[in-house]
Design a protein around this ligand. Structure first.
Ligand SMILES: Cc1ncc(COP(=O)(O)O)c(C=O)c1O
Length: 380
């Protein structure tokens, strides 16, 4: 049924035998920096590459403070801990995200509340957020409380889905009105902007991921972005087992974490970041090819960036008219070794989060059945 579409995708990737969803691309100084790192002996949590990496992320995002971490998940956990989010709190997030978004909230002891996403951004729907807060909360002493549990809803974690920007203007305003700390899970969005400003720099904190499937990778890795020096210091302290700086004494003042990025991963990352502009341009070209090809397609719609934002087009996405069409497309792609993917299952449907509050998740339920991510690797 989808011969035309499958031939097109094969053509985009030079008739490769297997077409992955997203492959890493090593075309720069990766081997050179790794060799240098190994020769130096500093492969672990201390070393020049970690600092160079943090500076490079500052330069790319314009974030005044950056803390390198060993994953996006750990960066998100640290962001929540740095704002003292704990078991007395609830945290609002979107139901469509990678499981790490909800897990990081749950690690703190706080309970997630799952709300719907909107059709354009596929990220937290500002209307869903406002409606939920209006109907289900009350305010006291500049804090928002859940009418059912009477717990303090302290933060809202939004996620920029597939590199597309969330509706930040509206979301920021609502969070301000309800005194919610806004945290951006920008794991997928390095290089994406909203009104020419980097995603991850709008909230109190933002995080990035450098897992192997992301636009640039260190094998693993993450970063916390923030504007507040004290928060950055606290996050860094928590990420380094809360060790007090001393030439030889082992003094720690908190139960903390080993979340610091290793120098060897930072070496790889630094080389990758040197090619970020090339990756962004290459991925934008691919997205334009998809967009033009799928224009007026009777079965599906390509999800494009909005006028006020620029996506990194980490993963291109299409939405089918119905579930049957979507399933046939996935089946035919797999038969042709094209490894497309459906979207994640709603986080609210996972067994560990089934008892969390949600808002009915109307559009989430549609997306679960109709969305497909297309192969989106950099093409050489
Ligand atoms: C939206 C989102 N949040 C968090 C993460 C977690 O990042 P990491 O795998 O680096 O822990 C990922 C991806 O891996 C992600 O896609």
């Amino acid at each position: 049924m989808f011969e035309k579409e499958i031939d097109f995708i094969k053509g985009l990737f030079s008739q490769k035998k297997e077409i992955a969803l997203h492959e890493p691309c090593f075309i720069g100084n990766e081997k050179k920096y790794l060799e240098h790192c190994i020769d130096s002996g500093f492969v672990s949590s201390v070393g020049e590459f970690v600092y160079k990496f943090e500076n490079k992320i500052k330069q790319i995002t314009n974030s005044p403070f950056v803390v390198a971490t060993n994953s996006g998940t750990s960066a998100l956990h640290l962001a929540l801990l740095a704002y003292d989010i704990n078991e007395d709190n609830e945290v609002i997030t979107q139901a469509i995200s990678f499981v790490a978004t909800a897990n990081a909230i749950a690690y703190t002891g706080a309970k997630p509340i799952f709300l719907d996403v909107d059709k354009e951004s596929l990220s937290l729907d500002p209307k869903a957020l406002e409606n939920f807060l209006k109907e289900n909360t009350y305010q006291k002493d500049y804090k928002t409380f859940n009418k059912i549990t009477h717990k303090h809803i302290k933060a809202c974690v939004i996620m920029h889905t597939f590199g597309l920007a969330a509706k930040l203007k509206e979301l920021i305003k609502i969070c301000e009105n309800y005194h919610l700390i806004l945290i951006e899970d920008s794991a997928e969005a390095l290089g994406s902007t909203y009104n020419n400003k980097a995603l991850g720099t709008f909230g109190s904190c933002g995080i990035l991921s450098f897992n192997g499937n992301k636009i640039v990778t260190g094998g693993c890795g993450g970063a916390l972005l923030c504007h507040n020096e004290d928060i950055a210091k606290k996050a860094k302290h928590l990420s380094t087992t809360a060790k007090i700086n001393h030439p030889y004494e082992y003094e720690h003042d908190l139960i903390a974490y080993n979340y610091r990025l290793c120098n060897i991963n930072a070496a790889l990352l630094l080389a990758q970041l040197e090619n970020l502009e090339f990756f962004l341009k290459n991925k934008r070209e691919l997205s334009i090819l998809y967009k033009n090809f799928f224009k007026n397609n009777e079965f599906l719609t390509f999800i494009d960036e909005t006028l006020d934002s620029k996506s990194n087009f980490w993963l291109n996405a299409v939405i089918f008219k119905d579930e049957d069409l979507r399933n046939i497309f996935i089946k035919e792609c797999f038969e042709n070794n094209i490894f497309v993917r459906p979207v994640w299952k709603s986080l609210a449907s996972l067994k560990m989060y089934k008892d969390c509050q949600n808002d009915g998740l109307l559009y989430t339920k549609i997306l679960e059945k109709t969305l497909v991510n297309l192969p989106s690797s950099v093409r050489l």
